[in-house]
Design a protein around this ligand. Structure first.
Ligand code: HEM
Length: 538
């Protein structure tokens, strides 16, 4: 059977592979004309000028000229795999999502990525990693577009262009973070202190994952689950790798970047090819859906905050197994289009302002990246559910729609089923009460706490992990040219922990700012003073 295409009725069907793929017995033009020679241009004599009438030459070169599409504006470098998700059924108490019912198996496509590097950048850089999963459920596509770090740099999507501009290469020299752009990144995160928590995770070993197979994944935002009776529960999604969480050391990461910049994508593909299928358990932390949308004082709508697992344990709800590599990187890994707004009945969003901006951004960027509004028809993006969307025409329209009335209500194409009760079983937005309030741009007061959770994270680390954090800050800030930026970054560290701040200041050869945190500082263990720091700090 060949690839599926849309027919005149808008349904999917099989066509012989030779109709679309490059598998025929003879070489042909794109029009199916059999060729005799694809190695030489048509010329006026063997040494004469090439003739404009050589359609095959022009078609072949024209197509090559247009082979590239824009890389993703962020998360450009990635690797992906197909797999299956089997639900344990434990989530049915809180959601009516059909794919989460016991033993339901759902095909998935997962793309892992770095955030800042370009498509050809190295794998083992210090960065956040994307962990995006497309569930092809019988009720439509559900995308869980998460990261391997549970918090984000910003609390409001309107800051996203700023944080990315600060982190991407400088516009003049286009040299990535490893060299000149350190000033912009550290300038931004020291001025915009809500980034402190995410930055600290990046400077920890979590920023240099050993393998995609050994990373946790987080939905980051709080989502709202809805059960069969309409009762709601707030949740955070977690992926827990069966292989455990492992990181590289900084020296390993540097060496591997030089020796094998494709280390992570090779590791994923090799493991799957060898039958060592990577697995993750999906879990949820659940919180009562109260009007405040807080849990034990933590604002659930603030994406710079976690809820510690000691306060809300992660409850496993299913198992993900990646068991097949993509056949074609461009067709699958490059053209897949995730969107946090791809939801199914039983899963809804919350009012996290970071999530709100994402709901606009992904569809918008994909219209440019994938050449128009019809990219849901690209095979990797096609839902495994019947489509009847009333959309028509546009660039790259593959479907041949029949009928005359792609509008509702209408009395021509079989009446108005939409208004005749067919919406039963359809997606309904949860009727959440919106507070009567004035239009404002200001953030809630709870968003002003930028340091208590970074400190919590710092305290949770082992002594060796803390040494790695100190070394990472020292190395990265050592690349900053502007002294004022280094000093401001040190003041941020003083808010987290005085020992951390002093050690980094010492490494940079700068005075440590006065401790601002009244809590006792964390002293190193005696064993660590012998460990030393072996890598260069500037
Ligand atoms: C891409 C995660 C915040 C805009 C991605 C990808 C992931 C991701 C995993 C790569 C998807 C893939 O593999 O194709 C996250 C997480 C966020 C976050 C976890 C915060 C919790 C934002 C925000 C914006 C944004 C706030 C914009 C307002 C984008 C865009 C892409 C992207 C434009 C490229 C999409 C494409 O070209 O298909 N994000 N992101 N992200 N993200 Fe985010």
């Amino acid at each position: 059977a060949g690839p599926e295409v849309f027919t005149a009725t808008g349904r999917l069907t099989d066509v012989p592979p030779t109709a679309w793929a490059q598998g025929g017995e003879y070489l042909t033009t794109a029009q199916g004309l059999r060729l005799t020679d694809t190695d030489h241009s048509l010329k006026a004599g063997p040494r004469g000028p090439v003739l404009l009438q050589d359609h095959h030459l022009r078609e072949k070169i024209m197509h090559f000229d247009h082979e590239r599409i824009p890389e993703r504006v962020v998360h450009a470098r990635g690797a992906a795999a197909h797999g299956v998700f089997r639900a344990y059924g434990t989530a049915t108490t809180v959601t009516r999502a059909a794919f989460l019912a016991k033993d339901v198996e759902t095909p998935v496509f997962v793309r892992f990525s770095t955030v800042l590097g370009s498509r050809g950048s190295a794998d083992t850089v210090r960065d956040t990693r994307g962990f995006a999963t497309k569930f092809y459920t019988g009720e439509g596509v559900f995308d869980l577009v998460g990261n391997n770090i549970p918090v984000f740099f910003i609390q409001d999507a309107i800051k996203f262009p700023d944080v990315i501009h600060a982190g991407k290469p400088h516009p003049d020299r286009e040299i990535p973070q490893a060299q000149s752009a350190h000033d912009t990144f550290w300038d931004f995160v020291s001025l915009h202190t809500e980034a402190t928590h995410h930055t600290l995770w990046n400077m920890s070993d979590r920023g240099i994952a050993r393998s995609f197979r050994m990373m946790e994944g987080f939905g980051v935002h709080t989502f709202r689950l809805v059960d069969a009776k309409g009762a709601t529960t707030l949740v955070k999604f977690h992926w827990k790798p069966k292989a455990g969480v492992h990181s590289l050391t900084w020296e390993e990461a540097q060496l591997i970047n030089g020796m094998d910049p494709d280390f992570h994508r090779r590791d994923l593909a090799d493991a799957i090819e060898a039958g060592a299928y990577p697995q993750w358990e999906l879990g949820i932390q659940t919180f009562p859906d109260t009007p405040e949308q807080t849990f034990q004082g933590i604002d659930l709508l603030d994406p710079t905050k976690i809820v510690p697992e000691e306060l809300a344990p992660v409850q496993p709800i299913g198992l993900l197994t990646l068991n097949a590599n993509p056949v074609n990187f461009f067709a699958e890994t490059e053209q897949v289009a995730f969107h946090p707004g791809h939801l199914v009945p039983g899963i809804d969003i919350t009012d996290d302002p970071l999530l709100a901006g994402r709901l606009f951004s992904y569809l918008d960027t994909q219209i440019t990246r994938l050449g128009g509004p019809n990219f849901a028809q690209i095979p990797i993006n096609r839902p495994h559910a019947p489509i009847n969307d009333m959309l028509r025409d546009g660039f790259h329209q593959d479907a041949v729609h029949s009928g005359v009335a792609p509008y509702k209500p209408n009395s021509l194409d079989g009446g108005c089923p939409f208004f005749a009760g067919q919406s039963e079983g359809g997606y309904r937005e949860t009727p959440v009460r919106v507070p009567a309030a004035e239009k404002v741009r200001e953030a809630p007061a709870s968003y002003a706490d930028h340091f208590s959770q970074p400190r919590l994270f710092w305290l949770s680390l082992t002594p060796v992990e803390r040494e790695h954090v100190i070394a990472a800050y020292t190395f990265e800030l050592g690349k900053v040219y502007e002294q004022a930026i280094k000093e401001r970054a040190l003041r941020t560290l003083a808010e987290i922990d005085s020992y951390l701040c002093e050690q980094v200041a010492q490494g940079l050869g700068l005075p440590a700012p006065k401790p601002v945190n009244s809590l006792p500082s964390v002293e190193p263990s005696p064993a660590l003073s012998q460990l030393g720091r072996t890598w260069p700090t500037t």
